[in-house]
Design a binder for this molecule. Structure first.
Ligand SMILES: [Zn+2]
Length: 174
């Protein structure tokens, strides 16, 4: 599994970084197993493996970022991982810091000191499911609805999963 992931990660990370990220990914998926529902682990895995159904993946000319009508980014994981509109919405609803909006942090592989990896992973699930839905209906989020749309995915997860529900309550009562 480690070598397989390291090969896949060479898409995202240069040289030895891919190997160290693969190690982190294996450790993280073991740790997260008890903390998030299987759909969140699945979302994380298909992200690491570059298996989102983006235009870029299907070698079409990528459409614009579907997360915001105002975004100049394209429909590809590389963009969504660093999309300022996405991080802004995550900051607004999940109170995550905006200080390092990188692909390794989006993938929950290099969290900041105050990040909760279960919340970062749930955010990957929320972004993946929302982009799938918007792409399927050929729509883009309006500037002021992204945080509500992403929050809806978190709310659905927290109804299904007691651990995530507790984490969301903690965020809002902290
Ligand atoms: Zn964007």
């Amino acid at each position: 599994m480690h070598d397989f992931l390291a090969t896949k990660f060479s898409r995202w990370f240069p040289g030895h970084e891919a190997t160290s990220m693969a190690k982190k990914a294996i450790k993280l998926s073991e740790n997260l197993r008890a903390q998030v529902p299987p759909c969140v682990l699945h979302a994380l895995l298909v992200s690491w493996l570059n298996a989102w159904c983006t235009d870029r993946r299907f070698q079409k000319e990528p459409r614009a970022c579907v997360l915001s009508e105002q975004c100049k980014g394209r429909d590809c994981i590389e963009h969504y991982a660093v999309c300022e509109h996405m991080w802004n919405a995550a900051h607004k609803k999940l109170k995550v810091s905006m200080s390092r909006c990188s692909i390794s942090r989006f993938f929950a592989l290099e969290p900041l000191i105050n990040d909760d990896c279960a919340i970062l992973a749930a955010n990957v699930y929320a972004v993946l499911s929302l982009t799938n839905r918007l792409r399927a209906s050929n729509m883009r989020c309006s500037a002021d609805s992204l945080h509500t749309e992403l929050w809806e995915a978190h709310r659905t997860l927290s109804i299904q999963h007691k651990g995530l529900r507790k984490r969301c309550i903690n965020i809002w009562t902290a």
